[in-house]
Design a protein around this ligand. Structure first.
Ligand code: SAM
Length: 347
């Protein structure tokens, strides 16, 4: 399986134009502020971008970031700029041909960003064995990944490894492809279906279970879009399953409840996260208008308190007594809210 994926990304594909579905092609609306930064990335790197979402969360200045399955490094170089010269970004990938492209543009990007030296490095290896790569346990504030977990034959090991490498309060923020049901195992034998990020996709509810088992107790859905499969041969093989690309954020925060509980707590967003003077969203369901106290579940309270977003909020713990379940919390199903895209033009 791993060799098949290496061949697909190292030899079969020469650029995004070779893809046969839009599964590995980013249809996410890029915020205006990021467009010039993406335009600044070396064309050879951009041309080999095979992501399915945008993995650039907010408040990145100074962070230590790890990109799992970084490919030719597009997200690594975007994040290199967003974390600033004092931050650092490490990219891991198992395909030497992809890493060779990433590696040869390190100096180019450092110079372009005005850094005295590159804040980026690349490591060749399998993301199922992160512990063997000499990366520091608890040494990363943020782990990202873009359209890779579906390709892994051992997704539980990847999630467990990511949990180990995150610092307390850190987050795994990543985009991937999900199915609306469990897929027949036989589909994984087709190198195109697998390489195009479909056959290895998890049923979304199974993903939530795996994430929780790895210690990420309260997965949060950030964004989702349905995938259009224009290639009729591919579409016939995977029917009737439907697919979507979704971005989740998983926080490493101890002591979270299995469900959303109400302890009468509120948080008030101060309005000082860069680019968000009026409001800021933690995930698809939780938006915080500036200067307004918003009631939150005990989990949201703990996540905001423990994470790098803490400095942007005022916290009121209330009386602390439990009031029962927190009302109106969704199940993080990406298929219930994915924005309709009826053609392949979402890319
Ligand atoms: C769809 S591409 C995405 C690449 C990159 N994240 C991007 O957005 O352009 C998948 C990448 O994951 C890498 N990959 C897949 N399975 C892997 C594994 N088990 N360990 C390490 N890298 C893996 C492949 O080599 C390939 O570069």
């Amino acid at each position: 399986m791993l060799e098949q994926v290496q061949r697909y990304y190292g030899e079969t594909l020469t650029g995004s134009h070779d893809l046969r579905t839009d599964a590995c092609c980013d249809g996410a609306a890029v915020p205006e502020a990021l467009k010039p930064l993406l335009a600044d990335i070396h064309p050879e790197v951009s041309e080999r971008y095979y992501g399915c979402g945008l993995v650039a969360p907010d408040a990145l200045e100074g962070l230590r970031v790890l990109d799992l399955g970084c490919g030719a490094g597009r997200d690594v170089y975007l994040l290199s700029r967003l974390v600033g010269e004092q931050g650092e970004v490490v990219g891991v990938d198992m395909t030497a041909a992809q890493l060779a492209v990433a590696e040869r543009h390190r100096a180019y990007h450092a110079e372009r960003y005005g850094y005295a030296r590159s804040n980026v490095r690349f490591v060749e290896g399998r993301i199922e064995a992160l512990g063997a790569l000499g990366l520091p346990a608890g040494g990363f504030d943020l782990i990202v990944s873009n359209c890779v977990l579906n390709l892994s034959p051992d997704k539980a090991a990847v999630l467990a490894g990511a949990y180990q490498l995150l610092a307390p309060g850190g987050e795994f923020y990543f985009a991937d492809v999900y199915a609306d049901r469990r897929l027949p195992a036989a589909l994984a034998e087709d190198p195109v279906l697998y390489g195009e990020c479909l056959a290895g996709a998890l049923y979304w509810a199974d993903f939530l279970s795996l994430a929780r088992a790895a210690g990420f107790t309260d997965p949060r859905l950030v964004d989702a879009r349905p995938l259009a499969i224009d290639d009729t041969q591919v579409a016939e093989k995977v029917a009737p399953a439907r697919f979507c690309s979704a971005t989740y954020r998983l926080f490493k925060v101890e002591g979270l409840d299995p469900g959303a509980e109400d302890h009468g707590q509120t948080v008030t967003y101060r309005g000082d996260l860069s680019g968000y003077p009026d409001n800021w969203s933690l995930d698809r369901d939780r938006r915080f208008p500036t200067g307004h106290a918003v009631a939150v579940s005990a989990n949201s309270y703990r996540i905001l308190r423990a994470s790098r977003f803490s400095r942007a909020f005022a916290f009121d713990a209330g009386a602390g007594a439990h009031r029962g379940p927190f009302p109106g919390v969704s199940d993080a199903n990406p298929f219930t809210t994915a924005i309709a895209c009826t053609t392949g033009s979402c890319c």
